[in-house]
Write a protein that binds this ligand. Structure first.
Ligand code: ZN
Length: 242
């Protein structure tokens, strides 16, 4: 199966459409959460994601906050006011879709979460140390995460004694042969100073992974964010990828 793996769309429909076109035909889609928040197209993104083939979609922290399941005080000003705007603009269909999202999905060889296997909605996997601890919280060989908006892969080494962190080159095929935690990066708000939308293609037959980036019309999304009156930083950061 050729599987599109994406995360952190954050209501950026233009980036999402570009990624779906760029990915071409896939057999299944794994969406690792945060469909909404920051961006201007929450309903459109939910509608498009829910139409994708053999979809598995997880709950992110922004999705949970929009549903009132996370205290808004735990978010910074931009995130909080975007969540409030999203909350008042979601359709009943969108709310129903978000309500049904699971926090974790365990398949044959793969675990899927938004944040980390230890704390599926909240924990950020940035450092080798907390990645090392998290290998004890899932039993499959591979785990896919999002949440940090940074494409990166943690590889368990030395019979579990240490962890390497790698950023795979874009458009190169890697074979995921060891125990690994893989983050495809963010579709709608990359934070590695590369403004292009990030995602990956996983082939389940040979466990191959292709990290991909694609440029989209950032200017258009910025114009809509400004017109709606969402925080200016939400627009600014898209151009710089931060
Ligand atoms: Zn996010």
């Amino acid at each position: 199966m050729r599987i599109l793996v994406l995360s952190d769309i954050h209501a950026n429909l233009t980036a999402l459409e570009t990624v779906i076109n760029d990915a071409d035909t896939v057999d299944a889609v794994w969406c690792l959460g945060d469909l909404v928040g920051y961006g201007p197209y929450p309903n459109e993104c939910i509608r498009l994601v829910s139409s994708l083939p053999n979809l598995i979609c997880l709950l992110g922290n922004h999705d949970a906050a929009v549903l009132g399941r996370i205290d808004l005080d735990t978010f910074n000003y931009e995130a909080r006011s975007s969540i409030q705007w999203t909350n008042t603009n979601l359709t009943p269909e969108s709310i129903a879709f978000l309500r049904n999202l699971p926090e974790k999905k365990v398949l044959q060889e793969v675990t899927l979460v938004h944040g980390s296997p230890r704390n599926p909605v909240w924990e950020y996997l940035m450092e080798k140390n907390n990645a090392r601890e998290n290998f004890d919280y899932f039993t499959t060989r591979l785990c896919f995460v999002g949440h940090t908006h940074l494409p990166a892969t943690f590889i368990l080494r030395d019979f579990g004694a240490s962890v390497d962190r790698k950023v795979f080159h874009t458009d190169e095929i890697e074979f995921l042969t060891e125990r690994m935690i893989i983050n495809p990066g963010s579709v709608g708000q990359p934070r590695d100073h590369d403004p292009r939308a990030a995602y990956g293609i996983f082939s389940s037959e040979d466990s191959s992974w292709e990290q991909r980036r694609v440029s989209y019309d950032v200017k258009h999304v910025q114009t809509v964010i400004e017109r709606i009156g969402l925080p200016g930083r939400n627009s600014l950061r898209l151009a710089g990828g931060w």
